[in-house]
Design a binder for this molecule. Structure first.
Ligand code: ATP
Length: 454
Protein backbone atom coordinates (compact mmCIF):
# COMPACT_ATOMS: atom_id res chain seq x y z
CA UNK A 1 0.00 0.00 0.00
CA UNK A 2 1.68 3.23 -1.13
CA UNK A 3 0.86 6.34 0.87
CA UNK A 4 0.82 9.40 -1.38
CA UNK A 5 -0.19 11.87 1.28
CA UNK A 6 0.14 15.52 0.38
CA UNK A 7 -0.12 18.08 3.14
CA UNK A 8 -3.85 18.58 3.19
CA UNK A 9 -5.22 21.97 2.19
CA UNK A 10 -8.32 23.64 3.57
CA UNK A 11 -9.81 23.51 0.04
CA UNK A 12 -9.49 19.73 0.02
CA UNK A 13 -11.35 19.48 3.33
CA UNK A 14 -14.02 21.96 2.20
CA UNK A 15 -14.58 19.99 -0.97
CA UNK A 16 -14.82 16.63 0.82
CA UNK A 17 -17.29 18.13 3.31
CA UNK A 18 -19.42 19.44 0.50
CA UNK A 19 -19.17 16.33 -1.69
CA UNK A 20 -20.15 13.96 1.11
CA UNK A 21 -22.69 16.25 2.77
CA UNK A 22 -20.86 17.02 6.02
CA UNK A 23 -21.11 20.79 5.67
CA UNK A 24 -22.77 23.13 3.15
CA UNK A 25 -22.40 26.88 2.67
CA UNK A 26 -25.47 28.32 4.36
CA UNK A 27 -28.33 30.03 2.49
CA UNK A 28 -26.73 28.84 -0.72
CA UNK A 29 -29.81 29.28 -2.92
CA UNK A 30 -29.78 32.97 -1.96
CA UNK A 31 -26.10 33.41 -2.71
CA UNK A 32 -24.89 32.41 0.76
CA UNK A 33 -24.02 34.49 3.79
CA UNK A 34 -20.27 34.95 4.20
CA UNK A 35 -18.60 32.31 6.33
CA UNK A 36 -21.85 30.75 7.53
CA UNK A 37 -22.37 27.02 7.20
CA UNK A 38 -25.06 24.40 7.60
CA UNK A 39 -24.30 20.85 8.67
CA UNK A 40 -25.61 17.90 6.72
CA UNK A 41 -26.20 14.35 7.97
CA UNK A 42 -22.59 13.24 8.49
CA UNK A 43 -21.63 16.64 9.87
CA UNK A 44 -24.41 16.47 12.46
CA UNK A 45 -23.40 12.94 13.46
CA UNK A 46 -19.74 13.95 13.81
CA UNK A 47 -20.60 17.04 15.84
CA UNK A 48 -22.85 14.97 18.12
CA UNK A 49 -19.96 12.58 18.73
CA UNK A 50 -17.50 15.39 19.55
CA UNK A 51 -20.02 16.96 21.92
CA UNK A 52 -20.82 13.74 23.72
CA UNK A 53 -17.14 12.77 24.05
CA UNK A 54 -16.47 16.15 25.64
CA UNK A 55 -19.46 15.76 27.95
CA UNK A 56 -18.37 12.26 28.88
CA UNK A 57 -14.85 13.43 29.82
CA UNK A 58 -15.93 16.64 31.53
CA UNK A 59 -19.13 15.61 33.32
CA UNK A 60 -20.10 11.96 33.13
CA UNK A 61 -16.76 10.54 34.24
CA UNK A 62 -16.21 13.09 37.03
CA UNK A 63 -17.80 13.74 40.39
CA UNK A 64 -16.67 17.36 40.62
CA UNK A 65 -18.34 18.88 37.53
CA UNK A 66 -22.02 19.48 36.87
CA UNK A 67 -23.85 20.53 33.71
CA UNK A 68 -25.69 23.75 32.89
CA UNK A 69 -27.63 25.10 29.92
CA UNK A 70 -28.11 28.85 30.27
CA UNK A 71 -30.00 31.17 27.93
CA UNK A 72 -28.39 32.68 24.84
CA UNK A 73 -29.93 36.12 25.44
CA UNK A 74 -29.15 37.25 28.99
CA UNK A 75 -29.92 40.44 30.86
CA UNK A 76 -27.70 43.04 29.11
CA UNK A 77 -26.23 44.00 32.50
CA UNK A 78 -24.35 40.70 32.39
CA UNK A 79 -22.27 42.00 29.48
CA UNK A 80 -21.73 45.38 31.16
CA UNK A 81 -20.38 43.58 34.22
CA UNK A 82 -18.24 41.13 32.28
CA UNK A 83 -16.55 43.96 30.39
CA UNK A 84 -17.82 42.84 26.98
CA UNK A 85 -19.82 46.03 26.25
CA UNK A 86 -16.80 48.21 26.87
CA UNK A 87 -14.01 45.97 25.76
CA UNK A 88 -14.95 42.98 23.58
CA UNK A 89 -13.43 44.70 20.60
CA UNK A 90 -11.10 43.91 17.78
CA UNK A 91 -9.13 46.67 16.08
CA UNK A 92 -10.44 47.19 12.55
CA UNK A 93 -8.84 48.87 9.55
CA UNK A 94 -10.44 49.60 6.18
CA UNK A 95 -8.58 49.79 2.90
CA UNK A 96 -9.83 52.78 0.89
CA UNK A 97 -8.46 51.23 -2.30
CA UNK A 98 -9.85 47.67 -2.25
CA UNK A 99 -12.72 48.52 0.14
CA UNK A 100 -12.03 45.49 2.32
CA UNK A 101 -11.92 45.40 6.08
CA UNK A 102 -9.20 43.70 8.13
CA UNK A 103 -8.24 43.00 11.72
CA UNK A 104 -5.39 45.38 12.44
CA UNK A 105 -3.67 42.80 14.64
CA UNK A 106 -3.82 40.09 11.96
CA UNK A 107 -2.76 41.88 8.78
CA UNK A 108 -0.05 39.31 8.15
CA UNK A 109 -2.72 36.59 7.87
CA UNK A 110 -4.99 38.56 5.51
CA UNK A 111 -5.03 38.98 1.72
CA UNK A 112 -6.15 42.16 0.01
CA UNK A 113 -8.82 42.10 -2.65
CA UNK A 114 -6.70 42.86 -5.69
CA UNK A 115 -4.89 40.45 -8.00
CA UNK A 116 -2.28 39.25 -7.46
CA UNK A 117 -3.41 39.38 -3.88
CA UNK A 118 -0.95 40.83 -1.36
CA UNK A 119 -0.91 41.42 2.36
CA UNK A 120 -2.90 44.57 3.22
CA UNK A 121 -0.47 47.49 3.42
CA UNK A 122 2.16 45.69 1.36
CA UNK A 123 1.91 47.79 -1.81
CA UNK A 124 2.09 51.58 -2.19
CA UNK A 125 -1.53 51.52 -3.50
CA UNK A 126 -2.86 50.19 -0.20
CA UNK A 127 -4.57 52.99 1.67
CA UNK A 128 -5.36 51.75 5.16
CA UNK A 129 -7.33 53.77 7.72
CA UNK A 130 -6.17 54.12 11.31
CA UNK A 131 -7.35 51.19 13.47
CA UNK A 132 -10.64 51.71 15.29
CA UNK A 133 -12.33 49.51 17.84
CA UNK A 134 -15.20 47.32 16.68
CA UNK A 135 -17.42 45.51 19.21
CA UNK A 136 -17.93 41.87 18.27
CA UNK A 137 -21.28 41.35 20.00
CA UNK A 138 -24.43 40.99 17.91
CA UNK A 139 -27.13 43.30 19.15
CA UNK A 140 -30.81 42.48 19.14
CA UNK A 141 -34.01 43.73 20.78
CA UNK A 142 -36.24 41.97 23.26
CA UNK A 143 -39.98 42.57 22.98
CA UNK A 144 -41.94 44.80 20.64
CA UNK A 145 -40.15 48.07 21.36
CA UNK A 146 -36.98 48.81 19.46
CA UNK A 147 -35.26 51.40 21.59
CA UNK A 148 -32.22 51.52 23.81
CA UNK A 149 -34.10 50.06 26.74
CA UNK A 150 -34.88 46.88 24.81
CA UNK A 151 -31.37 46.31 23.47
CA UNK A 152 -29.81 42.96 24.26
CA UNK A 153 -27.00 40.79 22.91
CA UNK A 154 -26.53 37.30 21.57
CA UNK A 155 -23.94 35.80 23.91
CA UNK A 156 -20.37 35.91 22.61
CA UNK A 157 -19.33 33.16 25.04
CA UNK A 158 -21.16 30.67 27.24
CA UNK A 159 -18.97 31.37 30.29
CA UNK A 160 -20.97 34.32 31.65
CA UNK A 161 -24.12 32.18 31.85
CA UNK A 162 -22.12 29.95 34.19
CA UNK A 163 -20.80 32.73 36.44
CA UNK A 164 -24.23 34.25 37.00
CA UNK A 165 -25.50 30.82 38.08
CA UNK A 166 -22.66 30.17 40.52
CA UNK A 167 -24.84 30.61 43.59
CA UNK A 168 -27.71 28.47 42.26
CA UNK A 169 -25.42 25.61 41.36
CA UNK A 170 -23.19 25.75 44.42
CA UNK A 171 -26.24 25.61 46.69
CA UNK A 172 -28.47 23.21 44.82
CA UNK A 173 -25.86 20.80 43.49
CA UNK A 174 -24.28 20.80 46.97
CA UNK A 175 -20.79 21.22 45.57
CA UNK A 176 -17.86 22.94 47.23
CA UNK A 177 -14.67 24.22 45.58
CA UNK A 178 -12.89 22.75 43.79
CA UNK A 179 -15.84 22.06 41.50
CA UNK A 180 -16.79 22.92 37.97
CA UNK A 181 -19.78 23.83 35.82
CA UNK A 182 -19.78 22.75 32.19
CA UNK A 183 -21.86 24.12 29.36
CA UNK A 184 -22.15 23.51 25.63
CA UNK A 185 -24.02 25.89 23.36
CA UNK A 186 -24.02 28.39 20.54
CA UNK A 187 -22.02 31.59 20.81
CA UNK A 188 -22.06 34.50 18.38
CA UNK A 189 -19.33 36.93 17.41
CA UNK A 190 -19.49 39.46 14.63
CA UNK A 191 -15.94 38.61 13.53
CA UNK A 192 -14.36 41.22 11.26
CA UNK A 193 -12.55 38.66 9.16
CA UNK A 194 -14.22 35.29 9.46
CA UNK A 195 -12.88 32.57 7.21
CA UNK A 196 -10.75 29.51 6.76
CA UNK A 197 -13.87 27.39 6.59
CA UNK A 198 -15.19 26.62 10.08
CA UNK A 199 -12.08 27.87 11.85
CA UNK A 200 -13.46 31.37 12.35
CA UNK A 201 -17.22 31.70 11.97
CA UNK A 202 -19.76 34.11 13.39
CA UNK A 203 -21.96 31.44 14.93
CA UNK A 204 -20.25 28.52 16.65
CA UNK A 205 -20.79 25.97 19.36
CA UNK A 206 -18.62 26.42 22.41
CA UNK A 207 -17.81 23.84 25.03
CA UNK A 208 -16.69 25.64 28.17
CA UNK A 209 -16.06 24.59 31.72
CA UNK A 210 -15.52 26.96 34.64
CA UNK A 211 -13.66 25.31 37.52
CA UNK A 212 -13.99 27.16 40.85
CA UNK A 213 -11.07 26.69 43.21
CA UNK A 214 -9.63 28.13 46.44
CA UNK A 215 -7.39 31.06 45.38
CA UNK A 216 -4.18 29.50 46.69
CA UNK A 217 -4.67 26.41 44.49
CA UNK A 218 -5.43 28.22 41.23
CA UNK A 219 -2.09 27.77 39.47
CA UNK A 220 -1.93 24.12 40.38
CA UNK A 221 -5.38 23.56 38.87
CA UNK A 222 -4.42 25.59 35.81
CA UNK A 223 -1.55 23.14 35.13
CA UNK A 224 -3.86 20.22 35.79
CA UNK A 225 -6.49 21.38 33.30
CA UNK A 226 -3.95 22.17 30.61
CA UNK A 227 -2.66 18.59 30.82
CA UNK A 228 -6.16 17.10 30.96
CA UNK A 229 -7.30 18.95 27.88
CA UNK A 230 -4.17 18.17 25.91
CA UNK A 231 -4.63 14.51 26.84
CA UNK A 232 -8.24 14.63 25.67
CA UNK A 233 -7.26 15.95 22.22
CA UNK A 234 -4.65 13.19 21.98
CA UNK A 235 -7.27 10.61 22.98
CA UNK A 236 -9.37 11.68 20.00
CA UNK A 237 -6.47 10.58 17.83
CA UNK A 238 -5.01 13.99 16.93
CA UNK A 239 -1.38 13.39 16.10
CA UNK A 240 1.17 14.44 18.71
CA UNK A 241 3.26 16.19 16.06
CA UNK A 242 0.27 18.42 15.18
CA UNK A 243 -0.39 19.59 18.75
CA UNK A 244 1.51 22.02 20.93
CA UNK A 245 0.98 24.33 23.87
CA UNK A 246 1.72 28.03 23.58
CA UNK A 247 1.82 30.24 26.63
CA UNK A 248 0.47 33.78 26.22
CA UNK A 249 2.92 36.53 27.11
CA UNK A 250 1.92 39.50 29.28
CA UNK A 251 0.88 41.69 26.34
CA UNK A 252 -1.47 39.07 24.92
CA UNK A 253 -3.27 38.04 28.09
CA UNK A 254 -6.62 39.53 29.08
CA UNK A 255 -6.20 42.05 31.89
CA UNK A 256 -7.95 39.75 34.38
CA UNK A 257 -6.02 36.61 33.55
CA UNK A 258 -2.91 35.60 35.46
CA UNK A 259 -2.10 32.73 33.08
CA UNK A 260 -3.39 31.66 29.67
CA UNK A 261 -2.13 28.94 27.37
CA UNK A 262 -3.46 27.94 24.00
CA UNK A 263 -3.50 24.36 22.86
CA UNK A 264 -2.60 24.87 19.22
CA UNK A 265 -3.14 22.61 16.23
CA UNK A 266 -1.18 22.66 13.00
CA UNK A 267 -4.06 23.58 10.66
CA UNK A 268 -3.41 23.98 6.91
CA UNK A 269 -3.20 27.73 7.72
CA UNK A 270 -0.41 27.11 10.27
CA UNK A 271 -0.35 26.77 14.05
CA UNK A 272 -3.55 28.26 15.47
CA UNK A 273 -5.55 28.18 18.68
CA UNK A 274 -7.62 25.05 19.05
CA UNK A 275 -8.51 25.48 22.73
CA UNK A 276 -7.72 28.16 25.31
CA UNK A 277 -7.04 27.38 28.97
CA UNK A 278 -7.10 30.44 31.24
CA UNK A 279 -6.74 31.28 34.89
CA UNK A 280 -9.43 33.99 35.14
CA UNK A 281 -8.76 34.66 38.82
CA UNK A 282 -11.74 36.10 40.73
CA UNK A 283 -12.50 38.70 38.05
CA UNK A 284 -15.87 37.40 36.86
CA UNK A 285 -17.42 36.53 40.22
CA UNK A 286 -16.23 39.85 41.66
CA UNK A 287 -17.63 41.84 38.73
CA UNK A 288 -21.03 40.14 38.93
CA UNK A 289 -21.10 40.59 42.70
CA UNK A 290 -20.49 44.32 42.29
CA UNK A 291 -22.95 44.83 39.43
CA UNK A 292 -25.79 42.61 40.67
CA UNK A 293 -25.50 43.14 44.41
CA UNK A 294 -25.65 39.35 44.90
CA UNK A 295 -22.61 37.98 46.70
CA UNK A 296 -21.01 35.28 44.61
CA UNK A 297 -18.65 33.83 47.16
CA UNK A 298 -17.97 30.68 49.06
CA UNK A 299 -18.40 30.30 52.81
CA UNK A 300 -16.58 27.29 54.20
CA UNK A 301 -17.84 25.32 57.24
CA UNK A 302 -15.68 27.46 59.56
CA UNK A 303 -17.40 30.59 58.30
CA UNK A 304 -14.44 31.83 56.22
CA UNK A 305 -15.57 33.65 53.09
CA UNK A 306 -13.70 33.87 49.84
CA UNK A 307 -14.33 34.45 46.16
CA UNK A 308 -13.19 31.35 44.31
CA UNK A 309 -10.73 31.68 41.43
CA UNK A 310 -11.67 30.20 38.10
CA UNK A 311 -9.83 27.98 35.63
CA UNK A 312 -11.46 27.84 32.22
CA UNK A 313 -10.84 25.43 29.35
CA UNK A 314 -12.80 26.72 26.32
CA UNK A 315 -13.02 25.26 22.85
CA UNK A 316 -15.45 25.21 19.93
CA UNK A 317 -16.77 22.10 18.22
CA UNK A 318 -15.94 23.79 14.91
CA UNK A 319 -12.21 24.05 15.60
CA UNK A 320 -12.07 20.42 16.76
CA UNK A 321 -14.12 19.32 13.75
CA UNK A 322 -11.66 20.94 11.30
CA UNK A 323 -8.62 19.63 13.20
CA UNK A 324 -10.00 16.09 13.22
CA UNK A 325 -10.79 16.11 9.51
CA UNK A 326 -7.38 17.54 8.59
CA UNK A 327 -5.63 14.97 10.77
CA UNK A 328 -7.68 12.11 9.39
CA UNK A 329 -7.60 12.93 5.67
CA UNK A 330 -5.43 10.66 3.52
CA UNK A 331 -5.15 9.90 -0.15
CA UNK A 332 -3.66 6.50 -0.89
CA UNK A 333 -3.11 4.10 -3.71
CA UNK A 334 -4.27 0.61 -2.80
CA UNK A 335 -3.35 -1.93 -5.47
CA UNK A 336 -3.81 0.22 -8.55
CA UNK A 337 -6.72 2.19 -7.17
CA UNK A 338 -6.79 5.52 -5.40
CA UNK A 339 -8.78 5.95 -2.28
CA UNK A 340 -9.57 8.87 0.00
CA UNK A 341 -9.79 7.69 3.57
CA UNK A 342 -10.71 9.55 6.74
CA UNK A 343 -8.81 7.86 9.54
CA UNK A 344 -11.10 9.16 12.24
CA UNK A 345 -11.19 7.79 15.75
CA UNK A 346 -14.03 5.23 15.64
CA UNK A 347 -15.85 7.11 18.40
CA UNK A 348 -15.73 10.30 16.31
CA UNK A 349 -16.61 8.68 12.97
CA UNK A 350 -20.16 9.57 11.91
CA UNK A 351 -21.02 6.00 10.89
CA UNK A 352 -19.62 3.13 12.93
CA UNK A 353 -20.09 0.30 10.45
CA UNK A 354 -21.46 -0.50 7.02
CA UNK A 355 -23.44 -3.65 6.33
CA UNK A 356 -23.02 -4.81 2.76
CA UNK A 357 -24.63 -7.75 0.97
CA UNK A 358 -22.00 -8.86 -1.57
CA UNK A 359 -24.60 -9.80 -4.17
CA UNK A 360 -27.69 -7.71 -3.38
CA UNK A 361 -30.02 -9.68 -5.66
CA UNK A 362 -29.22 -12.89 -3.83
CA UNK A 363 -32.15 -13.22 -1.49
CA UNK A 364 -30.25 -15.12 1.20
CA UNK A 365 -27.54 -12.45 1.38
CA UNK A 366 -30.03 -9.58 1.17
CA UNK A 367 -32.17 -10.95 4.00
CA UNK A 368 -29.24 -11.63 6.32
CA UNK A 369 -27.65 -8.23 5.64
CA UNK A 370 -30.93 -6.46 6.31
CA UNK A 371 -31.48 -8.37 9.57
CA UNK A 372 -27.94 -7.58 10.75
CA UNK A 373 -28.44 -3.90 9.89
CA UNK A 374 -31.73 -3.78 11.78
CA UNK A 375 -30.12 -5.37 14.83
CA UNK A 376 -27.09 -3.05 14.86
CA UNK A 377 -28.91 0.21 14.19
CA UNK A 378 -30.73 -0.08 17.51
CA UNK A 379 -27.37 0.46 19.22
CA UNK A 380 -25.12 2.36 16.82
CA UNK A 381 -25.26 4.58 13.76
CA UNK A 382 -24.71 2.09 10.92
CA UNK A 383 -25.47 2.09 7.20
CA UNK A 384 -26.84 -0.55 4.88
CA UNK A 385 -25.57 -0.15 1.33
CA UNK A 386 -26.55 -2.46 -1.51
CA UNK A 387 -25.91 -0.30 -4.54
CA UNK A 388 -22.94 -0.64 -6.86
CA UNK A 389 -19.74 -2.67 -6.96
CA UNK A 390 -18.45 -3.80 -3.58
CA UNK A 391 -15.16 -1.90 -4.12
CA UNK A 392 -17.05 1.29 -4.74
CA UNK A 393 -19.17 0.74 -1.67
CA UNK A 394 -16.03 0.28 0.46
CA UNK A 395 -14.57 3.49 -0.94
CA UNK A 396 -17.74 5.44 -0.19
CA UNK A 397 -17.42 4.36 3.44
CA UNK A 398 -13.65 5.03 3.58
CA UNK A 399 -14.27 8.60 2.48
CA UNK A 400 -16.62 9.31 5.41
CA UNK A 401 -14.38 7.45 7.86
CA UNK A 402 -16.51 4.37 8.61
CA UNK A 403 -14.12 2.16 10.61
CA UNK A 404 -15.59 -1.25 9.74
CA UNK A 405 -17.62 -2.94 7.04
CA UNK A 406 -19.46 -6.24 7.55
CA UNK A 407 -19.94 -8.07 4.30
CA UNK A 408 -22.48 -10.84 3.87
CA UNK A 409 -21.27 -13.22 1.14
CA UNK A 410 -21.51 -16.79 -0.23
CA UNK A 411 -19.86 -18.24 2.81
CA UNK A 412 -22.38 -16.59 5.13
CA UNK A 413 -25.07 -18.73 3.58
CA UNK A 414 -23.11 -21.86 4.50
CA UNK A 415 -21.63 -21.11 7.93
CA UNK A 416 -23.38 -17.95 9.21
CA UNK A 417 -20.16 -15.91 9.32
CA UNK A 418 -19.49 -12.47 7.82
CA UNK A 419 -16.32 -10.67 6.78
CA UNK A 420 -15.24 -7.66 8.79
CA UNK A 421 -13.00 -5.24 6.89
CA UNK A 422 -10.84 -2.75 8.76
CA UNK A 423 -10.74 0.74 7.22
CA UNK A 424 -7.14 1.47 8.21
CA UNK A 425 -5.28 -1.83 7.74
CA UNK A 426 -7.70 -3.24 5.14
CA UNK A 427 -7.33 -6.57 6.99
CA UNK A 428 -10.31 -8.87 6.74
CA UNK A 429 -11.40 -11.55 9.19
CA UNK A 430 -14.48 -13.69 9.63
CA UNK A 431 -16.90 -13.44 12.52
CA UNK A 432 -20.03 -15.37 13.40
CA UNK A 433 -22.96 -13.20 12.38
CA UNK A 434 -24.49 -13.62 15.85
CA UNK A 435 -21.34 -12.16 17.45
CA UNK A 436 -21.12 -9.00 15.34
CA UNK A 437 -23.03 -6.82 17.80
CA UNK A 438 -20.73 -7.55 20.77
CA UNK A 439 -17.63 -7.42 18.52
CA UNK A 440 -18.63 -3.91 17.46
CA UNK A 441 -19.41 -2.81 21.04
CA UNK A 442 -15.92 -3.94 22.13
CA UNK A 443 -14.16 -2.48 19.10
CA UNK A 444 -15.69 0.93 19.76
CA UNK A 445 -14.38 0.98 23.33
CA UNK A 446 -10.77 0.10 22.36
CA UNK A 447 -8.05 2.77 22.58
CA UNK A 448 -7.23 4.13 19.15
CA UNK A 449 -4.34 6.09 17.72
CA UNK A 450 -3.86 7.21 14.15
CA UNK A 451 -1.94 4.63 12.08
CA UNK A 452 -0.28 7.68 10.49
CA UNK A 453 1.45 8.58 13.78
CA UNK A 454 4.33 6.35 12.72
P1 ATP B 1 -9.16 33.93 18.52
O1 ATP B 1 -7.96 34.59 19.16
O2 ATP B 1 -8.82 32.82 17.57
O3 ATP B 1 -10.19 34.90 18.01
P2 ATP B 1 -10.21 33.83 21.14
O4 ATP B 1 -8.95 33.80 21.96
O5 ATP B 1 -10.97 35.07 21.00
O6 ATP B 1 -9.90 33.18 19.71
P3 ATP B 1 -11.75 32.60 23.11
O7 ATP B 1 -12.53 33.78 23.44
O8 ATP B 1 -10.68 32.14 24.05
O9 ATP B 1 -11.15 32.70 21.63
O10 ATP B 1 -12.77 31.41 22.81
C1 ATP B 1 -12.57 30.09 23.28
C2 ATP B 1 -12.58 29.11 22.13
O11 ATP B 1 -13.72 29.29 21.30
C3 ATP B 1 -11.39 29.22 21.17
O12 ATP B 1 -10.27 28.52 21.67
C4 ATP B 1 -11.95 28.55 19.93
O13 ATP B 1 -11.87 27.12 20.07
C5 ATP B 1 -13.40 28.96 19.96
N1 ATP B 1 -13.69 30.11 19.08
C6 ATP B 1 -13.54 31.42 19.38
N2 ATP B 1 -13.93 32.19 18.36
C7 ATP B 1 -14.34 31.34 17.37
C8 ATP B 1 -14.88 31.54 16.06
N3 ATP B 1 -15.10 32.75 15.58
N4 ATP B 1 -15.19 30.44 15.32
C9 ATP B 1 -15.00 29.19 15.82
N5 ATP B 1 -14.51 28.97 17.05
C10 ATP B 1 -14.19 30.01 17.82
Amino acid sequence: MADTVQPVTMDTIVSLCRRRGFVFPSSEIYGGLGSTYDYGHYGVLTKNNIRSLWFRAMVQEREDIVALDSAIILNPSVWEASGHVAGFNDPLVDCRTCKLRFRADQLELASCGRKPSKRPGETPDCDLTEPRQFNLMFETHVGALQDESSAAYLRPETAQGIFINFKNVAQLARRKPPFGIAQVGKSFRNEITPGNFLFRVREFEQMEMEFFVPPADAMQWFGYWLEQRLGWHRSLGLRESNLRVREHDDSERSHYSSATSDIEYLYPIGWQELEGVANRGDFDLTQHTQHSGTKLEWIDPDGNRYTPHVIEPAVSIERIFVALLCDAYHEEVVGDRERVVLRLHPQVAPVKAAILPLVPRDEGMATRARALYEELRRHHVVEHDDSGQIGRRYRRQDEIGTPWAFTVDEQTLQDETVTVRDRDSLAQERLPIGGVRSWLDDALERDWSSPSSG
